[in-house]
Structure formats: C-alpha cells, structure tokens
Design a protein around this ligand. Structure first.
Ligand SMILES: Nc1nc2c(ncn2[C@@H]2O[C@H](COP(=O)(O)OP(=O)(O)OP(=O)(O)O)[C@@H](O)[C@H]2O)c(=O)[nH]1
Length: 324
C-alpha cells in the first residue's frame, strides 16, 4: 500500500538571524499547507516556543534537551515517527534548528535513517543570514560557514540594517561560500512562502557528487563549549526604565561576549507581556498578548554567549524590580 511522504524543510541560521520570524510567516500566511514544527532550543528552558505563533497546538514539538545536530538526533527520529504513528494531520514538516547547529547532520538523518526515509524526504535547507552581523558571525562561529554552505535557499535578511552598497558585498561573500543556493534579500524574513516550502530543492545526488561522505557516515560535530545559555527568572514586576539601563550596561560591559538575549517580561502596571530581544548590541522590545487570567506573571530571560557571569546578570535583573 502506498503512503504519503512528507516534505521536510530545515530552517537554520545563526543566533538571532530571523529564523523564528520566518517560521511565524510560514505559520500565519495563507498558503494552504498544514505545517508541523519541531523547534530545537539551546538550554533546557523552552522560551522560544513562547515567541512562535501559538495556534498550532499538537503540531508543535519542542526539543530542548540538546542540540539537534549532535546529541539529540535519536529524539528527532522519534518525534518524526510519532507524528506518523499518532496520525497527526499535517502536509509539511519544518524543523527550526538552534542558531549553533550545523544543518548537515540534521539533513543526513532524513536520508540515512531507513525508517524516516519511508515517510519523509528533504524538501530544502533554508538558511537565514543576518546581513549586519555576517562578518562577526563567520569569524567567531564555525557553524555559520556550514549553515551557508549547506543551504539550498538563503535569506539574506535584515538588509534594512546595512547600507545599499554593503548588501552587494555581503551577497558576494555568501556566493563565495555557496555558489548554487538561491539567494533572496529580505527584511523581517519577508519571503513569498512558495519560494521556501514545497520547492524540492534538496538534491542528494548532486551533493553526493560534491561530497561523497554525505551518504556514508554521520558527520561528527562539536560545539564551542565556551558558549552557554543562562536562564533568569524574576517574579516581582519590573521597571522598564531600569531594565533598559541594565541592558545598556550589559552591552557596554559584555558586548563581545553576549551573542543573543531574549525574554518575556512582567512589567509593572502593564497588562500585556513585553517581549524583549537583542542580537549582539542591537536590542528592542514590543508588546505581546495580554497575560492570561490563570498565567503566572513572571519575567523569563535567556542570555546566550561566552563566559557569561551568571551571578552578575542575576543581581542586575533583581535591581530592575519596580518600587512597590
Ligand atoms: N531590523 C530587523 N530586525 C529583524 C529582521 N528580521 C528579524 N528581526 C528581529 O531580530 C530579532 C531576532 O529574530 P528571530 O526571528 O527571533 O531570530 P532567530 O534566528 O529565530 O533567533 P534565535 O532562535 O534566538 O537564534 C527579533 O527581534 C526580530 O524582530 C530584519 O530583517 N530587520
């Protein structure tokens, strides 16, 4: 008996490049496909899922017990097969990797694992690139090169943050790493969804000609151990001005060490949750949905970077608590 084979899109790209922004477009735009999502997060707290469109219920699976490209490939296989076993209704599977992931072992899982191969095929690897921080990311983190090199489609994102003349330079740099990927220049990952989903762009044969090892063995992978994620919580309401001053201090003092920070904030006298985000030294906040009636109002923040002083950050956040 023949069965449905599900296309898989792997969305990758360095920390803060715009992957979740792209995922939210895929989930909210009207393109006729029902999408299941696997979200892999750094650290053991699932804050990212708070930032994803919340309407997909059962089709959203979180993997936060390790990196999908190294320690938790077995979990990935299990989650995918569970979607089939539980007869979850979807047309397309999207996997958002962490910003630190090398996409090639994730892709490999889909053509090396016999059970997965029966039900899934790789549609494309889509890499989101932060136009402003590409040099910094390439020079600091080796996975940035792997992410660009392994892509079928590249979103050269955040072009609003650099000058027109710089865009061509960045594009040339990308083409030197990957001359065959389709490149789209975007702001807020604003791509037409049919350009990234259902495109059948992953060509295993062509890749095997370039790199015969791809179909032979799992690629070994080790991350930069100095990069860690620090999770902070505060139940008392915050004073937004104090928080802004604290974050400016963090950037001034730890600018080179902090790669990414984000949080859902409980701000005094504010009925809505405030989402706070930053990449390197660029930060901003916006109002999110109202706090739910039975939801515990508490601030949750994640800092990702090198050698981050947890106690200092904890103390800093406690000083942002609003006066009674
Ligand atoms: N100026 C500007 N900001 C953008 C653009 N795209 C995304 N952002 C912002 O950049 C921040 C990071 O975007 P995300 O989509 O969360 O990035 P991500 O790659 O999912 O981040 P991680 O999952 O933490 O690695 C958010 O504050 C976005 O609103 C863009 O094109 N221009």
């Amino acid at each position: 008996m023949s069965h449905k084979e599900y296309p898989v899109t792997v969305v990758t790209g360095f920390l803060g490049s715009g992957k979740t922004t792209l995922l939210n477009r895929m989930l909210s735009e009207n393109h006729g496909k029902k999408i299941a999502v696997i979200l892999n997060e750094i650290g053991d707290v699932n804050l990212d899922s708070e930032l994803v469109v919340q309407s997909i219920g059962e089709e959203l699976k979180i993997m936060n017990n390790g990196c999908v490209c190294c320690t938790v490939r077995g979990d990935l296989t299990k989650i995918c097969l569970d979607l089939i076993a539980k007869k979850i209704d979807f047309d397309h599977l999207v996997i958002e990797t962490t910003g630190m992931a090398d996409p090639s072992p994730v892709a490999q899982t889909f053509f090396m694992d016999e059970n997965l191969r029966k039900h899934f095929f790789l549609d494309a690897v889509v890499t989101v690139v932060d136009a402003k921080h590409i040099d910094q990311n390439l020079s600091e983190i080796k996975e940035t090169q792997d992410q660009i090199g392994f892509a079928d489609v590249i979103l050269l994102n955040k072009i609003d943050t650099i000058k027109e003349t710089e865009i061509a330079v960045v594009e040339k740099k990308i083409k030197q790493i990957n001359s065959i990927a389709r490149i789209f220049k975007t702001i807020n990952s604003n791509i037409q969804i049919p350009e990234v989903l259902g495109i059948n762009a992953f060509d295993l044969q062509a890749r095997a000609e370039l790199n015969p090892d791809i179909t032979k063995e799992y690629h070994e992978h080790n991350h930069d151990d100095a990069i860690q994620s620090i999770y902070l919580e505060e139940t008392r309401p915050l004073d937004m001005e104090r928080l802004n001053r604290f974050m400016q201090l963090v950037i001034a003092e730890l600018g080179n060490q902090v790669l990414r920070y984000k949080g859902v904030l409980n701000v005094k006298d504010e009925p809505n949750r405030i989402v706070f985000q930053g990449v390197h030294t660029t930060m901003g906040s916006n109002e999110d949905r109202p706090w739910g009636a039975s939801e515990e109002r508490k601030t949750r923040m994640v800092f990702i970077g090198r050698h981050l002083p947890k106690e200092v950050l904890e103390e800093g956040l406690s000083l942002c608590v609003a006066k009674q």
